[in-house]
Design a binder for this molecule. Structure first.
Ligand code: NAD
Ligand code: TYD
Length: 339
């Protein structure tokens, strides 16, 4: 089995590659990544010499390169995207380019090279914002409200269109907020943990009562693996560990686990158009594929905090934007093919 992972140097993609190479050491895994500010090959330092792993530095907008790399590829797991909502509010260009046109480009290459499976990784944010009640499921109509979620929604529609029009053997998953190791410290959880490790306050938006539904990245990746291997072509699967929390609840837990009090919270101006609540009921995934989450929020958060405590070089370099130079110096060309 030969698998191409786009965006494999990012947070979820790098954890996915590690998971796949551990579970299926005989699979050949190609990591195709542009190495934007969010892509970091240090995330894969422990597997970079695995005989079945290779890296190709490339932009998913480059269809020709993708066609070249996808020869003999059986499965494409498409993670590459611009992912930070706040950045999409500051400027949507890269979001439209990578998430919409980039997804079109990856699918076009997959169609032309006749891959057997194309899995598109998406988000619950495409469904919009919930009030205090109700949940998103596979049948929820799309209602994206940020440039990030609108671009992801457009990509989901394109994937369905390619399945219906061209018979692309595609599946889609919409997952809730992930957390875990190697998460870029611009998103709330790693930003707060690394701020506290540096003795800085944590900036909580608005009233702190927006709700997110948290899942450990390993539980997300186990679901993606299951969908790729056992999911039905043409289907969408919603993924959630059903761990709904207000941002204030998450912040209090982080503070408590790290030995700080609420005086370290700084309430700051709210995000523009801040979605109030996301929550998924993943009954289809549970009933049809037998998936269930294995890591509780409490346990996963403790593990995450320990990981950031034990890996200060990683997040300090990432926070200072130095890692690309660092990578070039440390690893040079050692990570396999680079076209
Ligand atoms: P991330 O920002 O950490 O990583 C994105 C990766 O994509 C980086 O390695 C980056 O270099 C690469 N990339 C960006 N533009 C590219 C381009 N044009 N060509 C090639 N590579 C490019 O993102 P993440 O949090 O790991 O998210 C991965 C996927 O999961 C995304 O599709 C995202 O929408 C989805 N998702 C994320 C979450 C979450 O909580 N983080 C939740 C649900 C779904
Ligand atoms: P984030 O990690 O950016 O993920 P998303 O917007 O995709 O859900 O934000 C998670 C929640 O935390 C969201 O409600 C916004 C809030 N937040 C803060 O309160 N302060 C921050 O500094 C950040 C980055 C986010």
């Amino acid at each position: 089995m030969k698998m191409l992972v786009t965006g494999g140097a990012g947070f979820i993609g790098s954890n996915f590659i590690r998971f796949i190479l551990t579970k299926y050491p005989h699979y050949a895994v190609i990591n195709f990544d542009k190495l934007t500010y969010a892509g970091n090959l240090e995330n894969l330092r422990d597997v970079e010499h695995h005989p079945n792993y290779s890296f190709v530095k490339g932009d998913i907008l480059n269809t020709e390169l993708l066609i070249h790399v996808m020869k003999d590829v059986d499965v494409v797991a498409h993670f590459a995207a611009e992912t930070h909502v706040d950045r999409s509010i500051l400027g949507a260009d890269a979001f439209v380019q990578t998430n919409v046109i980039g997804t079109y480009s990856v699918m076009e290459a997959a169609r032309q090279t006749k891959v057997k499976r194309f899995h598109h990784i998406s988000t619950d944010e495409v469904f919009g914002s919930l009030g205090p009640d109700g949940y998103f499921t596979e049948d929820t109509p799309y209602d994206p409200r940020s440039p990030y979620s609108a671009a992801k929604a457009a990509s989901d529609h394109l994937v369905r269109a390619y399945y219906h029009t061209h018979g692309l053997p595609a599946t889609i998953s919409n997952c809730t907020n992930n957390y875990g190791p190697y998460m870029f410290p611009e998103k709330m959880m790693p930003l707060f943990i690394t701020n506290l490790l540096e003795g800085k306050k944590v900036p909580l938006y608005g009233d702190g009562l927006n709700v997110r539904d948290w899942i450990h990245v390993d539980d997300h990746n186990r679901a993606v693996d299951l969908i790729i291997h056992e999911g039905k072509v043409g289907e969408t699967y919603c993924i959630s560990a059903r761990e709904e929390k207000t941002n204030r609840e998450v912040t209090d837990l982080v503070l408590q686990k790290m030995g700080f009090g609420p005086d370290m919270i700084e309430y700051v101006e709210d995000r523009k158009g801040h979605d109030r609540r996301y929550a998924i009921r993943p009954y289809k995934l549970m009933a049809e594929l037998g998936w269930k989450p294995a890591i509780s929020f409490d346990q996963g958060l403790s593990q995450m905090i320990e990981w950031y405590k034990n890996n200060p070089e990683w997040w300090k370099r990432v926070r200072s934007g130095e890692y690309q130079n660092y990578y070039a110096k440390q690893y040079g060309q050692k990570t396999g093919i680079t076209i």
